[in-house]
Ligand binder design. Structure first.
Ligand code: FEO
Length: 148
């Protein structure tokens, strides 16, 4: 089991290397923290549900393109369904038990399950897998072009 950050803020150890997904993970941490600070606000809770749903949709669209069985797509989708079933439908006041569950779930899920797709997903260009080396190459190329 991985440590749950306190305060509940995304940190570098959760980085997957896919910027859009990392940006969304930051939002998931933020949304949970906002609920914790506003346990009686149904709209803030609904916002948390919405950003979780949106993230899972986007992430599933990406990892479902891993074609060689290198990532367990069905298992990953089921884990998303499981947490949505747990959090959907809760009414204010939101209990600390539920929040602690969500906080722990996300911290474990990113490192145990999301990390498994690291380096395996095509970019939106669809041609190649993004590796750290590739990102570095692109950054160097961009910097060289800007220097011209
Ligand atoms: Fe980033 Fe599988 O949630």
């Amino acid at each position: 089991f991985y440590p749950v950050p306190e305060p509940y803020v995304w940190e570098e150890s959760f980085a997957t290397g896919y910027k859009n997904l990392d940006d969304e993970h930051v939002i998931l941490f933020d949304a949970v923290r906002e609920v914790e600070a506003n346990k009686n606000d149904q709209a803030i809770y609904q916002h948390m549900i919405d950003v979780y749903n949106e993230h899972f949709r986007n992430e599933e669209a990406m990892f479902s393109r891993i074609m060689d069985g290198a990532h367990d797509i069905a298992d990953h989708r089921n884990r998303h369904l499981g947490i949505m079933n747990t959090i959907e439908g809760a009414q204010v006041p939101i209990g600390q038990d539920l929040l602690d569950f969500v906080k722990n779930w996300l911290a474990q899920h990113i490192k145990n399950t999301d990390f498994d797709y690291k380096g395996k997903m095509p970019t939106h260009a669809g041609e190649h897998v993004v590796t750290d080396e590739h990102i570095l190459e692109v950054e160097v190329a961009v910097r060289e072009r800007e220097a011209l």
